[in-house]
Design a protein around this ligand. Structure first.
Ligand code: APR
Length: 248
């Protein structure tokens, strides 16, 4: 585990020749003004997850849960992708990155231009009928809360709540990618399984693990390289180099 300058990081990223997957958490969107969960000003220090992000909470008080997600939707829809999102999208475009595997439910990777984004914990810009499974895309919070499906069933945010399984297709794809690629882990506390185990799959198969996080995490000792810096700052340099090369 070593600390390094972000220009050296760019040289390492190039050396992978595209054999690289990004695993992102809430920290990658922090520089867009989106609150994380476990930082000192994080969401789980202000709200109780069991009251807002579990199936039991939704069954008990769907209006409250929808009000909270509508508030988070407005935050996300009003936010802009930051340089980390944009650099990752450019890295994919020029063939330096295979995919983004994200724990985030925001759509900032897609809005930055990333095409191959795997959402392990669902998406806040979608809602799903609890009865028929009909899924609807959203670009603003639903007008009525709670919203209902044409079939009469209640709609729920299309996100993974505590105690629920991750989408199997996305999880299997993420595991397969991480087993066979170098991984750059950006902005996660590595506190939630199974996402937190993905970098170990890369390491166990002889691949390189890079971590970008202002704080130390349980992944820090596993990482070959750990950059104790904000993602927006680290990727500022990489984005500038890639933009420069794109213009040439
Ligand atoms: N750049 C990089 N990392 C950052 C930044 C930043 N600007 N700001 C904060 N961080 C780091 C924090 O140090 C922390 O380690 O991002 C991490 C955010 O951790 P969490 O808030 O726990 O978010 P995350 O790891 O994505 O949580 C995983 O838990 O509650 C569930 O479903 C939710 O997907 C979420 C999952």
């Amino acid at each position: 585990m070593t600390f390094m300058h972000d220009l050296e990081l760019y040289e390492i990223i190039k050396s992978f020749s595209g054999d690289l997957v990004a695993l992102t958490g809430a920290g990658v969107s922090a520089d867009s003004g989106i609150p994380t969960f476990r930082d000192k000003d994080g969401l789980w220090n202000r709200y109780r997850p069991e009251e807002l992000a579990t199936p039991q909470a939704f069954a008990r008080n769907p209006e409250l849960v929808w009000e909270w997600y509508a508030w988070r939707m407005r935050l996300i829809f009003d936010a802009e992708p930051n340089l980390a999102h944009k650099a990752l999208a450019l890295m994919e475009k020029v063939g330096l990155l295979k995919a983004v595997v994200t724990q985030n439910v925001d759509n900032l990777h897609e809005r930055a231009g990333s095409r191959n984004v795997i959402h392990l914990h669902g998406r806040i810009d979608e809602m799903r009928c609890v009865e028929c499974g009909n899924t609807v895309c959203l670009n603003e919070p639903p007008e009525s809360i709670p919203p209902y499906c044409e079939c009469g069933g209640m709609m729920r945010p299309n996100v993974v709540w505590f105690g629920e399984s991750l989408p199997e297709k996305e999880l299997n794809l993420a595991m397969e990618l991480c087993r066979s690629s170098n991984v750059i882990v950006i902005g996660t506390s590595a506190a939630v399984q199974p996402a937190a185990s993905l970098p170990y799959h890369a390491k166990r198969n002889g691949h390189f693990v890079i971590e970008i996080n202002p704080d130390v995490t349980p992944l820090t000792d596993l990482a070959d390289v750990s950059i104790r810096e904000r993602a927006g700052k680290v990727f500022e340099m990489i984005y500038a180099i890639l933009k420069e090369e794109e213009i040439r």
